[in-house]
Design a protein around this ligand. Structure first.
Ligand code: ATP
Ligand code: FE2
Length: 326
């Protein structure tokens, strides 16, 4: 079976093609990079509309297939920005109807977890899903992926990007701060906000910007933000693993590419005799392959959707998805 997946919940439009063994035959993407300020939903949607057809062609060429070889079309149904979701859903419907193939709408957060299970040896992991818009600790329990902890305000990547932007750095800020952090030495006092299983980052953002105004170096602040934010994430992930007696932790989302986060979670896992899994970087960020793979498994698990059922859902919750395929 061959599935094509279209991702487009936020700033990235991506198209991936996978087979039933989770071999990734193609995974191409194009990201909006706002010249200044944050992402404008309408502008991002216009961007996706422009690039989605060329991306579909490029993916088919890279995979060395004809679009008629596809068995299934999958797309990101939510959560995300309304105009972006509607644009990729429209593209997916058009493709599915043209090819006369089934269509499946996929929950974006579930896809981050499933691609990790698909390409690593993780079987039933606790997922630390850390991206721009989302920060969640997710695990499978009683037929659903359940959210055990999450951010109460902004995503950790969003916090990194906003801090970087306010300091005049370009987007995305996360990778730039990771480099700067290597030159930091003095740990600055930043709020450590863990409430039960949940975390919060906007207080840290405000505090870090205030310290910057008072002359703290970018290197020290990048270092301190990483140490404190990632320690918070490691703590709640460990608590979920302890409660669930789960010895596997999987990282996903763009921030999972961060080496410092990987080393902190890896150390925590090793200390408890558990194993950490990290998918390759281009499968951590928003991508079409994870949508294709999850759609393919849903289809094999009996999921069928009519066109009216492919309506997008900006607030599609992780635990709304009946997991019929495992
Ligand atoms: P979602 O729609 O799931 O919220 P997203 O739109 O933010 O995701 P992703 O591609 O998963 O997209 O993640 C992008 C985020 O990852 C950005 O906030 C970016 O700064 C961050 N990021 C990427 N690489 C790194 C890194 N090396 N260190 C820290 N953050 C990183
Ligand atoms: Fe994502």
């Amino acid at each position: 079976m061959l599935a094509l997946g279209i991702e487009g919940t936020a700033h990235t439009a991506g198209v991936g093609i996978v087979d039933e063994t989770c071999r990734v035959l193609a995974n191409v993407y194009d990201m909006v990079r706002p010249e200044k300020g944050g992402i404008h939903p309408r502008e991002a949607a216009n961007h996706h509309a422009e690039v989605v057809v060329p991306l579909i062609r490029k993916a088919a060429d890279l995979a060395g297939i004809d679009l008629a070889d596809l068995d299934l079309v999958a797309f990101s149904q939510g959560p995300g920005l309304g105009p972006c979701l509607r644009t990729v859903a429209t593209a997916a419907r058009a493709l599915a109807l043209t090819l006369d193939r089934p269509i499946v709408g996929v929950n974006h957060c579930v896809a981050h977890l499933e691609i990790g299970r698909g390409v690593t040896a993780a079987k039933d992991p606790v997922l630390l899903y850390v991206s721009g818009g989302n920060t969640q600790v997710i695990a499978f329990a009683r037929g659903r992926y359940r959210v055990f902890g999450e951010t109460l305000d902004i995503g950790v990547g969003n916090m990194l990007d906003k801090f970087a932007r306010e300091c005049g750095l370009s987007f995305p800020g996360g990778p730039i701060l990771e480099k700067l952090a290597r030159g930091g030495t003095a740990l600055q006092a930043l709020p450590y906000s863990v409430k039960g299983m949940d975390v919060a980052f906007s207080g840290m953002l405000t505090a870090a910007l205030a310290l910057r105004k008072h002359g703290a170096s970018l290197e020290d602040l990048a270092f301190s933000i990483q140490e404190v934010a990632f320690a918070m994430l490691t703590e709640v992930t460990e608590r979920a693993m302890a409660h669930l007696e789960n010895a596997e932790v999987l990282l996903g989302g763009g921030v999972a590419r961060n080496q410092r986060l990987q080393s902190m979670v890896g150390r925590m896992a090793a200390d408890r005799g558990a194993t950490m899994f990290v998918p390759p970087g281009d499968l951590c960020i928003d991508n079409g392959a994870m949508i294709a793979w999850t759609g393919l498994q849903m289809f094999r698990g009996g999921v069928r959707m009519t066109i009216p059922e492919t309506v997008v859902d900006q607030r599609y919750r992780t635990d709304e998805v009946p997991v019929t395929w495992r």
